[in-house]
Ligand binder design. Structure first.
Ligand code: CP
Length: 439
């Protein structure tokens, strides 16, 4: 096996875990209530903020967080002013920047850029948003904002609406909510749903089930009165005798997102992009529904709503520096500030060439690399690009110790120990590599 080295830092909501989040919220409360206690915690440290895409909240709240902890900041805010514009690879740039600082915060348009940077930086890399893939510290902001209101996520229903296909905040948030056992109701705009493989990973990983619910307001938003709900299998439904699909009577929070036009998203000509109005807030469904939005906003969230007590999005944005101080403390702080470890994210295997990643937006395509892979699944094996999480079209799984090859979704493939797996796109590739067919 030829494993890539460990990716240091926080690249994905997949690295979060309940113990980390519980301790994170407690530490955020401390930072919020007693900020001066932390004002020298990172004195002498240097943070680099490297932003290859526009940002207001993420960059400035990370920089504010660094200053509030006594650290210094160096920055790239415009890719045209760095050597990336002369053709330097991200890997080379990051290797050099990592030698100038103690931690890098990276925003990048390519999916998986943070994970690639984590391999080369030599210092922790924190993902400030990479392509469509993830924005884990926005998720920490979102979750902490709700934690301050609710304390617990148990039994809560959070609807996520808008551009799920291209919205990295929606993807990361769904993962974080599943980690905390919340019910997630999905309201994608027409043609703007995420890929089924991502949702299947949530269902498998958290032992969640998929069911449907309905409400007339959903059809105003998305064109369909039915919505998918992801929820823990153990959750008891309120009544044994309900219509199918049942009418949803209340939402605890609605997470709105803007359409990601910069990633090619477009409104389907037969429908409008989902958004809310003051009139919608009068519906009983919304009676105690908190409104969140990662911002910036567009027409989906009109300014008339800002004065409503349920509108939480500016309070949410104001949590950015506090949450990002805790992220820095978790990565660089002395023992007294440390938090439970993040779950290791498998860096992947690049021994067997599976060609290019099928995702044209993957960082490996920009850097001219073959796709590195990782394997997931308890009841059925799947192979993913270990940088951008795209499902790879692997149809056969070989076992290095027996030199036999099996269909990837067979029971025989499931019995192969992960360290012995060798993926093949086609059966003739397996035969050419000396593998024999079957049992
Ligand atoms: N929420 C968020 O990521 O905002 P910015 O793009 O302004 O950083």
């Amino acid at each position: 096996m030829n494993l890539l080295p460990v990716m240091k830092g926080l690249h994905s909501a997949e690295a979060l875990n309940p113990a980390f989040l519980e301790a994170f919220f407690v530490r955020a409360r401390q930072v919020e209530n007693r900020p001066l206690e932390f004002s020298e915690a990172l004195r002498g440290r240097v943070i680099a903020t490297v932003f290859a895409e526009p940002s207001t909240r993420t960059r400035l709240s990370f920089e504010s967080a660094a200053h509030r902890l006594g650290a210094s900041v160096i920055t790239v805010t415009d890719p045209k002013t760095s050597s990336g514009s002369k053709g330097e690879t991200l890997a080379d740039s990051i290797k050099v920047i990592g030698s100038y600082c103690d931690l890098i915060v990276l925003r990048h348009p390519q999916d998986g850029a943070s994970r690639l940077a984590g391999l080369y930086a030599g210092v922790p890399v924190v993902n400030g948003g990479d392509g469509r893939l993830g924005h884990p510290t926005q998720t920490l902001v979102d979750l902490y904002t709700l934690y301050r209101k609710w304390g617990s996520f148990e039994g809560r229903t959070i609807a996520v609406m808008g551009d799920l296909r291209n919205g990295r905040t929606a993807r990361s948030l769904a993962w974080g909510l599943a980690l905390l056992g919340a019910r997630i109701l999905l309201l994608p705009g027409k043609g703007l749903d995420w890929e089924a493989s991502f949702e299947r990973r949530i269902l498998d990983k958290f032992d969640y089930r998929l069911r449907w619910g309905k409400h007339p307001l959903f059809s105003v938003w998305t064109g369909s009165q039915e919505a998918r709900i992801l929820e823990p299998k153990g959750l008891v439904q309120k009544s044994l005798f309900r219509e199918d699909p049942p009418e949803i009577d209340s939402l605890d929070a609605l997470y709105l997102t803007r359409m990601q036009a910069e990633r090619g998203a477009q409104v389907d000509p037969s429908s409008a992009y989902p958004g809310i109005t003051l009139e919608h807030l009068k519906n009983p469904l919304m009676e105690s529904c908190l409104l969140l939005h990662p911002l910036p906003r567009c027409a989906e969230l009109p300014v008339e709503i800002d004065g409503d007590p349920r509108a939480l999005y500016f309070e949410q944005a104001s949590m950015g520096p506090i949450v990002r101080q805790v992220v820095f403390l978790a990565m660089l702080g002395e023992d007294q500030w440390s938090l439970p470890a993040l779950a290791p994210l498998p860096a992947g295997n690049h021994e067997h060439h599976l060609g290019l990643c099928p995702n044209e937006g993957c960082i490996t395509r920009m850097e001219g690399l073959q796709v590195p892979w990782r394997v997931i699944g308890v009841t059925r094996r799947s192979f993913l690009c270990s940088f951008c999480d795209s499902l790879l079209p692997v149809d056969y799984a070989g076992c290095r110790s027996t030199q036999r090859v099996h269909p990837v979704h067979s029971q025989a493939a499931l019995r192969i120990a992960p360290e012995n797996l060798r993926p093949f796109l086609r059966r003739d590739e397996a035969t050419a590599a000396g593998y024999i067919w079957g049992t």
